[in-house]
Design a protein around this ligand. Structure first.
Ligand SMILES: Nc1ncnc2c1ncn2[C@@H]1O[C@H](COP(=O)(O)OP(=O)(O)O)[C@@H](O)[C@H]1O
Ligand SMILES: [Mg+2]
Length: 257
């Protein structure tokens, strides 16, 4: 059966400065409900690709297609409408949360930005968002510094889910966390995907984590896509020496299946 494509990168290029190519002709598609892993050493262009998919970075060349249509220009009214359907969770759960805002304000922000009132009422929706990520409603009155890294990342995930998006970019979401805490967050992401039919681009430098979470994996080296295939196939019998090295560089499976 052909894949029901949700997001597609076509010949994406990003140049900085005097023609320095940090992403060079990258193409791939992500199926609806699929988790595509994106791996590669630091500086290989993973975050830049992810940001171009969300129009947070403007491509130098190439295009991003969403449900078969061109993604509208950054800043346009149409793009604002698309924004709510695609969200990103960043690596650093400390930097991503405004320290002066209570969790209630942090979680309510997407609704005010998009001028939307949840049908069930804001208070009920905020409480539900916290429950969804395994946290207590009492968290609403507290500030980010009162939480651990894992809890903060749960708050980031809750905020990303506020407007019920369909596509989530997870840019190394557990790389800053302890292995066991990260494993819990990864398991939460799996549950959320099952419950809400989410589509993920999961960026990581941990091959065992990618193998645990992803259906297919794309491997980047120096701005280029060097390998793309089913997760198990790529992990068990990588074609590229570079992929072999990435696999060898990450230790044991950090999550229990
Ligand atoms: N805004 C920017 N200006 C100039 N260079 C950048 C910018 N963003 C990223 N880069 C460079 O692009 C390359 C790829 O970065 P990035 O996409 O963050 O890689 P990764 O996420 O794989 O670690 C790096 O060399 C980085 O320094
Ligand atoms: Mg990155």
């Amino acid at each position: 059966m052909p894949m029901d494509v949700l997001v597609e990168a076509r010949g994406l290029v990003k140049e900085y400065g005097a023609g320095r190519r940090v992403v060079d002709d990258v193409s791939f598609a992500i199926g609806r409900g699929e988790t595509l892993g994106l791996v590669g050493e630091s500086g290989s262009g993973k975050s830049t690709v992810a940001r171009m998919l969300l129009r947070l970075v403007e491509p130098t060349a190439g295009e991003v297609r969403y449900e078969g249509g061109d993604l509208p220009a950054a800043g346009s009214q149409e793009m604002r409408g698309m924004r709510r359907r695609m969200q990103i969770v960043f690596q650093d759960p400390y930097a991503a949360l405004n320290p002066r805002m209570r969790v209630r304000e942090i979680l309510a922000e997407p609704f005010s930005i998009h001028r939307e009132k949840p049908v069930e009422g804001l208070a009920a929706r905020l409480a539900e968002m916290l429950r969804t990520v395994g946290m207590e409603e009492s968290a609403l009155e507290r500030f980010p510094h009162e939480f651990s890294g894992g809890q903060r990342q749960r708050i980031n995930i809750a905020r990303a889910l506020a407007l019920r998006p369909e596509f989530l970019v997870l840019d190394e979401p557990v790389s800053a966390l302890d292995v066991s805490v990260g494993a819990q967050v990864v398991n939460l992401l799996r549950e959320l995907q099952r419950e809400y039919g989410l589509t993920y681009l999961f960026i990581s430098h941990s091959m065992p984590l990618v193998r645990y979470l992803c259906d297919r994996v794309a491997v980047m080296q120096g701005g280029r896509l060097v390998e793309l295939g089913d997760c198990e196939e790529v992990c068990d019998s990588p074609r590229e020496e570079y992929t072999r090295k990435l696999i060898a560089a990450t230790p044991e499976m950090p999550v229990s299946v």
